[in-house]
Design a protein around this ligand. Structure first.
Ligand SMILES: CC(C)(COP(=O)(O)OP(=O)(O)OC[C@H]1O[C@@H](n2cnc3c(N)ncnc32)[C@H](O)[C@@H]1OP(=O)(O)O)[C@@H](O)C(=O)NCCC(=O)NCCS
Length: 405
């Protein structure tokens, strides 16, 4: 960016001013009262806010939660959860996002974060900064009746009050994170907002949030939008999150949300590509699945990121990373011997070369290296190297973060 307003890191004491800027730049019109539920997490210690001011007013904003992400092998690594990115319509396309991104990713590196993660409002925005798809998602639109192939006893599912859910659901979520890579940590302020806050403005014409659980094993949050079609009930169930840690609890929760009286359709977004739902249904086409928004990652420390996870097989790989915007370009040697993992820079010839966004895609096994090879996103110098990556990084369950941050 040339001379002009610069990004500054702010202490979000006046969280309201920052929150106002965030929603304005998303073209939303929340009142100060409607913004109140967001303020505690903006003021939390693990939230880092960047802004650009012009003549005193915030004209660009950026946020990052200090989070960690679950890894194959049940470990975690610190990451920045990028959020609240926006630039005023009167200041766009002048490099303000680039300036904020550069400063905030520098800060993430200083904080010891090995990657930055985000969901994008538009997929075209972040590739230029080295973000690649780390965890693809799917969205379902199920038509009711949706018969289940082998139903379980749905009476396992019970209602729960928000306060009680706040006590127990974080533990279930942590159990999920031990089963699935790619799931970011969720702090108390976010849990609180997601369970205790529910102003009418968040409902998009649907009911208040409904909470259901199989105690200690899984939970679902959803709303019901009333509707009718030529005199017949045609409501819609909108599932915002359904998480379970064992197959029976998961089946019971899906049966519960897919068979609510007065509804004819069920929507569930941000589901993992290996979601169990299509397999639970007698007819998998009834899941109405399509590609959904992915989680993106920007590797800030390639060696740490690849060293922190465990691998599906012993083996070695010499891979070259090309980083056009930060300092991660180089050739790395990955050595896996049973549980011992070593990753270090090497002067050896690489067996494969990939841009840093592609390295993020293979990191957690979310996108197959052989698919990226076929798409010419990755270059093999040793035949079979892409297939070897896939054997090393293979995961039991697809990486998944079940909520947008
Ligand atoms: C997306 C947004 C933050 C970009 O901010 P900005 O300050 O205009 O971006 P910059 O000027 O730093 O742009 C950097 C580059 O990205 C490109 N770019 C920016 N936004 C883009 C978009 N939405 N689609 C495609 N390219 C985009 C610019 O053209 C520029 O390219 P160049 O370097 O080749 O010239 C801004 O348009 C915005 O606030 N949009 C609405 C809210 C939003 O979508 N936020 C993202 C939330 S995930």
């Amino acid at each position: 960016m040339s001379a002009g307003p610069r990004p500054v890191r702010i202490d979000v004491e006046d969280a309201l001013e920052y929150a106002r800027a965030v929603v304005t730049h998303f073209h939303e019109d929340e009142t100060d009262e409607q913004l109140q539920p967001w303020l505690p997490e903006l003021r939390a210690d693990d939230y880092r806010a960047w802004v650009v001011r012009d003549r005193g007013d915030i004209v660009a904003n950026y946020g990052a939660y200090g989070m960690d992400v679950s890894l194959p092998g049940a470990g975690t690594v610190p990451v920045a959860g990028v959020t609240a990115v926006g630039v005023s319509q009167f200041h766009r396309r002048r490099g303000l996002l680039t300036a904020m991104m550069t400063a905030a990713l520098d800060e993430a590196v200083e904080a010891g974060e090995a990657a930055a993660l985000l969901f994008a409002s538009e997929s075209a925005i972040y590739g230029r900064y080295g973000f690649g798809v780390v965890a693809p998602s799917v969205s379902h639109r199920i038509s009711r009746p949706a018969p289940f192939r082998d139903p379980v006893d749905v009476r396992l599912v019970e209602p729960i009050a928000p306060g009680a859910a706040l006590e127990t659901w974080p533990g279930v979520y942590e159990d999920l994170r031990r089963q699935r890579a790619g799931a970011v940590s969720r702090n108390h302020a976010i849990w609180r907002r997601m369970l205790l806050e529910d102003p009418p403005a968040w409902r998009d014409g649907a009911s208040a949030r409904r909470l259901a659980q199989v105690p200690g094993r899984g939970y679902a949050m959803y709303r019901i939008k009333e509707g009718s079609d030529r005199g017949l009930p045609a409501g819609e169930v909108r599932v915002s999150e359904l998480v379970a840690t064992d197959p029976v609890a998961e089946a019971a929760l899906w049966q519960h949300v897919c068979d609510i009286d007065l509804t004819t359709s069920i929507r569930a977004g941000l589901r993992p590509p290996d979601d169990v739902l299509p397999e639970l249904l007698g007819d998998r086409l009834r899941a109405g699945s399509r590609v959904g928004p992915p989680l993106y990652a920007r590797l800030l420390d390639v060696a740490t990121a690849f060293r922190a996870r465990s691998y599906a097989a012993s083996g070695t790989l010499t891979f070259e990373v090309v980083d056009g915007t930060r300092d991660q370009s180089g050739t790395y040697r990955l050595e896996v011997e049973a549980d011992a993992v070593e990753v270090h820079p090497t002067a050896a010839e690489p067996e494969v070369t990939m841009p840093v966004d592609v390295a993020a895609s293979v990191w957690l096994g979310g996108v197959r290296a052989t698919q990226l090879l076929a798409a010419r996103r990755l270059t093999e110098h040793a035949p079979g190297a892409a297939a070897r990556i896939d054997r090393l990084v293979a995961v039991d369950r697809a990486p998944w973060t079940p909520f947008e941050f």
